[in-house]
Design a protein. Sequence first.
Length: 422
Amino acid sequence: MDHFLYRDGILHAEDVPLPEIAAEVGTPFYCYSVATLTRHFRLFDEALAGTDHLVCYAVKANSNLAVLKLMGDLGAGVDVVSGGEYRRAIAAGIPGERVVFSGVGKTREEMRLALQGGIRQFNVESEPEMAALNEVALSLGVVAPIAVRVNPDVDAQTHEKIATGKSENKFGIPIARAREVYAHAAALPGLDVVGIDVHIGSQLTSLEPFEAAYTKVGDLCRMLRADGHDIRRLDLGGGLGIPYEGRSNSRPPLPVEYGHMIQRVLGDLDCEIEIEPGRLIAGNAGILVTRVIYVKEGEGRTFLIVDAAMNDLVRPAMYSAHHDIVPVVEPTPDTVEGPYDIVGPVCETGDTFAKARPMPPLAEGDLVAFRSAGAYGAVMASEYNTRPLIPEVLVSGDHVAVIRGRPSFDDILNRDTIPEWL
Ligand code: LLP
C-alpha cells in the first residue's frame, strides 16, 4: 500500500494534489511520501519483533539526506557502500554505531573514514580486503568489527544484473572456504570477527532462495562457533522484491512472511539479526511525475513523448524494468486508448519507458506519473544530454518540501573548466 491515491479525480501525494507540486517545481520531478516510507520501515521492524535486530536501510536505494534523516529518526541503521554514502548517513544524523559498510572495493581511505567516524561493522568480501582493513585499523590503533560476506551459490531467481549470490558473481567469499577465511581473520589483531554476512540479490519475488541461503548461513554459524569464533550477528542482506505491476495478481512475499521465515530458520542461534532492505522501503514510496510534450503518430504506433528520460529513470533502459504509468487526472473507467510507446527526449532508442502500453487518452501538456520510482530512481540519474538532475520533493500530510532542487544550467556549465592553454 502507498499514499499516492486519486482524490476528487486527481492523483495526490498524501494530502497534496500533484498538479500543485508540478506548478511549483516544474516537471519532471520525483515525489516521496513520508507515510509510505515510515510504514515500510515499520513493516520490517515489526516483522522481526521479538528477535534482537537492526533494520539497516540500504542507502543506495534512495540516499537523499531527508530520507536518511527520516530513517534515522525511526531507529533504523543503514547499509552504505561508499565513503560518499557513509558521509551522507553521518550528515543525516545517523550514529556511526548504526552504520554497516558493504561493498567489494572499499579503499583504505574509506576504511579510515569509517573507523574514525564510528562504524558498526564492515562486511568484508575478500582476503586482500581483510588484510588492508587490518593494516588500517592497526595504524589507527583501533580494532575493526567485521562480518565476512559469504557467497552461498544460490540462484536468487531475479534479473541477472542484480543477482549476487551465485559462485560466478564477484561478491563474497565462496562459502566452502569460509572456515579457512574465518581462521585467517581471527589471527589478525586489527579485526574483531562479530558475524556472518550474506546478500544474494535484489527484487526477489519468492522466499525460497532466501531460505536456501539462510539455511547455509545457519549451518556455517554452528560450524564457526564450534571452531571457537564468537559469532553473534547475522547480516542477511536486502533483496525482498516489490510489486511493480499493480494489475498483476501475483505479489512478492510480505515483510512479515520474510520475518517469520528468518525466525524459523535462524531463531535458535540466538544471534542479533541485521537486514538491509532498500527497494521495499523506498520503491513504492516514490513516483516520478512527468509531462507529455508531444503525441506523435509513428508508423503503426503512437509515441507519447514525455519530458522525463532514461537519464532520470534508467531502470527500463537498463533492466527492461516495468513501471506502471498512470495519468495524474483520473481516467474514466474503461477508457483505454493507445497503446502508446512511452519515450523520453534522449537521442537513443533505448530511451523507451514502455512499449505498446494501453493508456487512457492523453494529450500534450497532460501529467503522468511513473509508479514505484522511489528506489533506484533519482540515485541512478545522470545528466546525459545535459539534462539537469530533476528535483526531489518530500510530502508529509499537507507539508511539501523540495529536498533537492533542480540545478541551473549555470551550475552545470560552471563545473567544467576550459584550460587557459586551449
Ligand atoms: N545490501 C546489499 C549488500 C546490496 O548490494 C543491496 C542492493 C541491498 C542490500 C539492497 O537490496 P534491495 O533490498 O534494495 O533489493 N539498481 C538495481 C538494484 C541494485 C541492487 C544492488 N544491491 C535496480 O534498479 O533494480
